[in-house]
Design a binder for this molecule. Structure first.
Ligand SMILES: C[S@@+](CC[C@H](N)C(=O)[O-])C[C@H]1O[C@@H](n2cnc3c(N)ncnc32)[C@H](O)[C@@H]1O
Length: 274
């Protein structure tokens, strides 16, 4: 790995510690994969389910090609990689944290699929892969931790023509974020960097400038915004596997109220390489 920037060093140090919280023995919830893959259930209103659904559909539309390669960008401890491999992809995952990469390897071994996953320590801004190596690049909650222009140029480079990239990211809504950052709201719902809250010092939500940069690199870009009323889900106790009513309402309003989606604090970004 090349010399790390100050920001990368801070992120690495944070995630070397955070990785210790991950339990590789836990049972992974495959319902967001198996739902659409087996034709049981889809949840287009949930940004995580949607991010898994896109690789599922790409796989199905290409007749379940077991040689398709997926790159999990900033893979963390590997639970997402494991889900992607359950679709049928050969998965490569990388992360700046070596402890996370150890977690990935152990998780794949525990789930008896070590031969379907390859993991390495690397940075998103400079990938070690050859041009056009992957059919899909997927990333969950990662772009807001990295240098977006550099990382996206690398994503474009390593994707094969006709390949797709999908990201799930938090998005800035200036007025709502201004309210969020008032002292009063921060008093009741703190958002300072901490291991407990899983917030790093350097992460920042994506904004219009980031979307413009991404769109210059990928002219074929679709953004699906969500998380409007669903911002309040965290205050409502519910089974983490059950669907959120707020997410469904947001999805419905997004379809019928022009401009409603612009209030969305989350986005699924779908990119296609020509
Ligand atoms: C919020 S976590 C998301 C991890 C994983 N995608 C998930 O959904 O669980 C952000 C991840 O980005 C990694 N990271 C931060 N900066 C990075 C960089 N410049 N290159 C590669 N990985 C990075 C961290 O180590 C961490 O695993």
């Amino acid at each position: 790995m090349t010399d790390l920037s100050e920001r990368q060093l801070r992120e690495k140090e944070y995630y070397e510690q955070y990785a210790a919280k991950f339990d590789v023995g836990q049972s992974i919830d495959f319902s967001p994969i198996e739902g659409p893959l087996l034709g049981r259930e889809r949840r287009p209103w949930n940004s995580y389910w949607r991010t898994y659904e896109i690789p599922v559909d790409y796989y199905l539309n290409n007749k379940g090609n077991k040689n398709f390669e997926l790159l999990d960008l900033g893979c963390g401890p590997g639970d997402n990689s494991l889900r992607f491999s359950r679709i049928g992809y050969k998965v490569t995952g990388f992360d700046i944290s070596s402890s996370n990469i150890e977690n990935c390897k152990k998780l794949f071994e525990k789930n008896q699929c070590a031969d379907r996953g390859h993991f390495l320590v690397s940075i998103a801004e400079k990938l070690e892969f050859q041009d056009a190596s992957f059919d899909i690049v997927a990333g969950i909650d990662i772009l807001h931790h990295v240098d977006i222009p550099k990382a996206m140029r690398e994503v474009e480079r390593v994707l094969r023509p006709g390949g797709i990239a999908v990201f799930r990211e938090p998005v800035e809504v200036p007025f709502l974020d201004w309210i969020r950052n008032t002292r009063l709201v921060r008093f009741f719902v703190p958002n300072a960097a901490s291991l407990e809250a899983h917030i790093t010092e350097d992460e920042r939500k994506l904004n219009d400038t980031d979307f413009k940069v991404i769109n210059e690199i990928f002219p074929l870009m679709t953004i699906e915004r969500s998380l409007i009323l669903a911002r309040f889900d965290k205050f409502i106790p519910r089974n983490s596997k059950s669907a959120s009513l707020f997410e469904k309402v947001d999805y419905f309003f997004t379809k019928i109220i022009p401009g409603y989606s612009l209030l969305g604090g989350g986005a699924v970004i779908i990119l296609k390489k020509k």
